[in-house]
Design a protein around this ligand. Structure first.
Ligand code: GCB
Length: 582
């Protein structure tokens, strides 16, 4: 079923907490010994009825772990585990008359089957996007049992694919809740500044549109924004939609959202008996030649890349507190922008950034060696992109949808990515589209960006690692050629250092090496024509199975400006100084 936007605004029961779990290495809870799906699987939550009954599992005798949370950091046996784990939780409930019950998961990594009271409720693929299942007819009076089978094995045809430079944290990594919605409810709505065609004329303004879960005409939807004295009732058409309509606001009345003034308006949306609340900001984002314009003014994106890991130690982050700490460090650096790499982060992260005045680049995990010719892989990427946009398209701080990172050039890849870019544009043409590209060739210190995807993106972004994957002394000699009349973002640069390791500036892994690398890169960046922003790699050391050097990496990518325990390295202050002067 389609994702319900702003689902957190509906009345709900949280199912976060302790869930029993069973590690099922060979998936014997799902397949029989001939590898056929078995009707006697763990989802039945069976218990012996007679003394002679043979049942070789018991959720209630199995350990528990906290949900939301990854399994890798909650059970040391599962640190490197990639496979299937079953989860079970029960709760008391009285079925509701005239309301629907949706079971909502903020994200489950990666492949997930859900059963309610022994009956299959749904299946979802993709580790970082939310989904909701209609379980109204599966719920019973009294004790109800939810069982979830989660499998985080990597696959060549998946998004992401077999290799990626971050930890493949498995489990129910974001919130779970049971949501009460009326039989007819607002599935999606948009209240944003847009350019829309009205009677063949482009008009700019605040536009409102909405869609119900049912294609029914005649339902009233009332939008109110008290502070702007907006109160307007619309009626749905036969598709159950309120088609995009311009909202009249006295000019000069609206305070635009910006990093200096992250103004959000309280918004209420009434449909039938139910009123939803949201906080929405208004701003414009566009490009002019090589400039990025926020609210019509050129802006330099002072950014940092962030992985969704807890601020202290590893493990998936999933709370307002985690978001505040990570984004607080970004603010301390002087950032007005973050690249949330390499997958959609939790709604906490996006909403906190919005309140703090931080612009966001949001990305899907279309990373490195994707199976470009596989239609199912394309469909998977497209669904992840759709759900990312669906969840967050009312967030003023999101300015860029990114469709990929460092993908190898080929006609098949161009075909795949150009279709994704077009899809993003049809879903939301009020934001900029980008992707992290690579710079090819560097003979005679000439770095030339050449990527067929240039015509599909609004902002040309690329990653470069001078000083890390090539000599730092090249930085000063480097000449950059970006032959497109579009803004340029350096979406990554950086190098590793172990916090507390000191030495000469040419000694790898020392804080001084990283500090020098930042100084040299910054001097180089200042000379790039049309540079509109940067998001160095990366705010904090993060876990990666590819980073195995003992004593230095110990399964952490050490390119953080902050260590895995929250200590600031010397390079942090170099970037801070640069941003403060920008
Ligand atoms: C990259 C990738 C990023 C890696 C980083 C690195 O280019 O986009 O995911 O973690 O380099 O540390 O090498």
């Amino acid at each position: 079923m389609p994702l319900v936007q702003n689902i957190g605004a509906y009345e709900n029961i949280s199912l976060n907490g302790d869930w029993h779990y069973i590690v099922d290495v060979q998936e014997e809870g799902y397949y029989d010994y001939r590898m056929n799906p078995t009707p006697w699987g763990f989802f039945r939550n069976a218990k012996p009825q007679l003394p002679e009954d043979l049942i070789e599992y018991d959720f209630d005798l199995s350990p528990t772990m906290h949900i939301p949370g990854d399994w890798n950091t909650q059970d040391e046996r599962l640190f490197f585990y990639e496979g299937t784990v079953w989860f079970k939780r029960s709760f008391n409930f009285s079925p509701l008359t005239s309301y629907l019950s949706l079971l909502y998961f903020g994200a489950v990594n990666y492949d997930c089957h859900v059963w309610v009271n022994g009956q299959e409720a749904g299946h979802h693929v993709g580790g970082f996007t939310p989904f909701n299942l209609d379980v109204t007819d599966l719920l019973i009076e009294g004790e109800n049992v939810v069982i979830v089978k989660v499998d985080n094995k990597r696959h060549a045809e998946a998004i992401p694919t077999l290799i990626f430079d971050w930890w493949n944290y498995g489990g129910i990594i974001r919130d779970v809740s049971l949501v009460k919605v009326p039989a007819v409810y607002l599935e999606n709505y948009s209240l944003q500044i847009k350019n829309e065609k009205i009677n063949d004329k482009e008009e700019k303004g605040i536009f409102f549109s909405a869609k119900l879960n049912k294609a029914e005409a005649g339902h009233a939807v009332t939008l109110s924004v008290p502070e702007l004295k907006i109160e307007k009732t619309f009626t749905t058409d036969a598709q159950g939609e309120v088609k995009s309509e311009k909202i009249k606001v006295k000019s000069g009345k609206v305070a635009f959202w910006s990093p200096d003034n992250p103004k959000l308006y309280r918004v209420a949306l009434q449909c039938g008996e139910t009123t939803l609340h949201d906080s929405i900001g208004f701003r414009t984002i566009e490009t002019r030649g090589k400039q990025i314009l926020l609210n019509g003014q050129p802006i330099f994106l002072k950014g940092i890349s962030i992985h969704e890991e807890k601020p202290f130690g590893g493990g998936r982050a999933n709370s307002t507190d985690d978001a505040r700490i990570l984004l607080g460090w970004a603010k301390e650096l002087g950032c007005n922008f973050v690249r949330l790499a390499h997958y959609p982060h939790s709604e906490y992260m996006v909403r906190e950034a919005e309140k703090m005045g931080i612009m966001v680049w949001s990305e899907i995990p279309c990373y490195w060696t994707i199976d470009w010719t596989n239609p199912a892989t394309f469909e998977n990427a497209k669904v992840q992109l759709t759900d990312m946009i669906c969840r967050d398209h009312n967030r003023a701080n999101i300015i860029i949808w990114s469709i990929a990172n460092e993908t190898p050039h080929s006609p098949e890849r161009d075909n795949f990515l150009s279709r994704l870019a077009q899809h993003a544009r049809t879903l939301d043409d009020s934001r900029l589209i980008s992707m992290a590209m690579e710079v090819t060739g560097a003979s005679n210190y000439v770095n030339r960006l050449s990527d067929n995807m240039n015509e599909y993106v609004d902002v040309v972004s690329f990653n470069q690692y001078i000083g890390w994957y090539r000599d730092v002394n090249d930085a000063a000699k480097m000449h950059w050629e970006i032959p497109y009349d579009k803004p340029v973002i350096i979406s990554e640069f950086g190098g590793g250092a172990r916090y507390g390791l000191h030495g000469a500036k040419n000694q790898r892994w020392t804080e001084e090496f990283q500090e020098n690398l930042y100084r040299e890169n910054i001097a180089m960046l200042d000379k790039i024509d049309g540079l509109s922003g940067t998001s160095p790699w990366i705010l904090k050391d993060f876990r990666s199975p590819r980073r195995v050097l003992p004593g230095i990496q110990d399964y952490y990518n050490r390119k953080g400006l902050v260590s895995d325990n929250g200590e600031k390295k010397k390079a942090f202050f170099v970037l801070k100084e640069w941003y403060e002067g920008k």
